[in-house]
Design a protein around this ligand. Structure first.
Ligand code: DX5
Ligand code: ZN
Length: 239
């Protein structure tokens, strides 16, 4: 009997371990009129996984999409999927996203009443649990929960919109988190989201970022493949 193929998340981890930081394109600015085509194009272009921005019009001003679209993306690709929940009361939809087959669920510390409970709920459902911190949230606020998350997502723009300018203070946060991890605070992946470009990807990787979300830098490029390869190369050279 053939062994079953590795799970999407294991493939992502293998790629990280063997080659260094990876780029996760964010779908936010893609052509939703041709969603399956976009997903296929990103997969062909070498994306290590996809980042899906879920906004509820309350936690952040913009409203994007939810389950129906996530399910459609899941059907269109076997790539690892991360849902970045910028919503109030994320607990209400965790089981649905897990059942839809996403690999990483990222929740915002600012949206959680009992962060430990929510993070454990995610892992008990199957996906990896990542904790996001907005630019104005100090790393210290996340420290009590670092032992129960699989990743920490440093937001390098105010959550809510693609195409904003990178906030350099986020580099200090990555470095602080990396130091905390070295000191035994947890076994989490370091992730960054917002304003990633050919100028900012190197410094982010040098500060420790492993999963690097890139929206406009990929989607607005003339070639997805060239944009992903270039960003990944710059990240790896700097890591
Ligand atoms: C912002 C989102 C990001 C966004 C990134 O709230 O979380 O994922 O899509 O877009 P860029 O890379 O253009 O800042
Ligand atoms: Zn995001």
């Amino acid at each position: 009997m053939n062994p079953s193929p590795p799970k999407a998340i294991d493939r992502l981890n293998d790629r990280l371990e063997s080659s260094g930081p990876v780029i996760l394109p964010a779908l936010l600015l893609c052509d939703f009129g041709h969603l399956a085509r976009e997903v296929e194009a990103l997969e062909k272009a070498g994306a290590a996984g996809l980042h899906l921005d879920i906004m509820d019009g309350q936690f952040v001003p913009q409203l994007t999409y939810g389950m129906v679209v996530v399910e459609a993306v899941r059907r269109a690709t076997a790539l690892p999927l991360e849902v970045h929940l910028m919503v109030q009361e994320p607990e209400r939809s965790l089981a649905d996203y897990a059942h839809a087959g996403v690999d990483i669920i990222t929740v915002h510390l600012e949206s959680l009443v009992e962060p430990r409970r929510t993070l454990k709920m995610i892992t008990s459902l199957g996906p990896k649990a990542h904790l996001a911190v907005s630019p104005r949230t100090p790393v210290q606020h996340a420290v009590p929960f670092l032992d129960c998350c699989d990743g920490v997502l440093v937001m390098s723009v105010e959550p809510g919109y693609g195409g904003q300018a990178f906030e350099p203070e986020s580099l200090l946060k990555l470095a602080e988190l990396s130091k905390l991890r070295d000191g035994g605070a947890g076994a989490f992946r370091l992730c960054i989201d917002g304003g990633i470009s050919t100028h900012t990807v190197g410094p982010a990787a040098a500060a420790g970022a492993e999963l690097i979300v890139a929206g406009s830098a990929v989607i607005r490029a003339s070639s997805y493949a060239e944009a992903i390869a270039h960003l990944e190369q710059l990240a790896r050279n700097a890591a």
